[in-house]
Design a protein around this ligand. Sequence first.
Ligand code: NAP
Length: 283
Amino acid sequence: MPALVLNGKALSLEMEAELGKRVTALRAAGKGGNEPPILATILVGDDPASATYVKMKGNACQRVGMESRKVVLPQSTTTEQLLAKIDKLNADPRVHGILLQHPVPSQIDERACFDRIALAKDVDGVTVLGFGKMAMGEAAYGSATPAGIMRLLAHYKITLAGKHAVVVGRSPILGKPVAMMLLNANATVTICHSKTQGLPDLVRQADIVVGAVGKPQFIKGAWIKPGAVVVDAGYHPGGVGDIEIPAVIDTCSAYTPVPGGVGPMTIATLMAQTVEAAEKAAG
Ligand code: NAP
């Protein structure tokens, strides 16, 4: 049987259509005269990739009828200046979600800045408090890429309970939260990282493999057992991910294409969580 394609692009379009209706309803019910929900995006410095990601998020806001408030700060910004900006956005009732684009310049204490974002506006799921609540199974917005992966797996009814998931990568925005989400969905989870020994043999045991390494096609097709579900969070120039997907298309049971798998789900999840925050704020 051919492998199931976990089509994040198609699902993200479905999500956007549904979110558009919810935004229309919010605007119609608004006391302030048709005011759209707002996602504030903060871009610090001049990293072109970050600028592109922020632009893509702004475009997605437009597609669903929301507004994005773009905050652009210079490369020389200090931690104190960024914290002050976040405080302002936290206090602004018109702003429903705050996205601080990662990475920020090295002189800034990124963790302190992430953690300054009010929990109710942490629609990108980057705060320690949000992570802790999510890990404990309490209500919190999940980190956008992992939450998007979980939504994609749920949409395609991929069984997680009792399965062995091997996550390669342990970053705060991807590997760690996706591992916790898979654990909460009753998978048995192995988390691998740069000091892991015998990585190919660990990956060979996986019913579900999540690639979150940041190195093009680092996880080889030969490491992946037939019938596994393959989730590739990576994206690199040339349209390849962190997993050697072409080598497993005929042997795995399901896979996320690159592009068109995890990437669009990240943005759609950010939009969904911002709409949810706006709905909560509207009561
Ligand atoms: P990251 O912060 O660089 O983390 C990479 C992780 O991979 C680290 O935990 C690192 O281990 C581990 N690693 C590095 N070399 C390894 C090795 N030889 N063996 C095993 N593990 C190794 O990256 P990230 O932000 O999590 O991103 C990971 C990938 O996802 C990237 O390709 C990125 O482009 C992609 N991404 C996509 C989206 C999206 O929207 N689609 C969003 C975010 C990221 P240590 O902890 O030991 O250093």
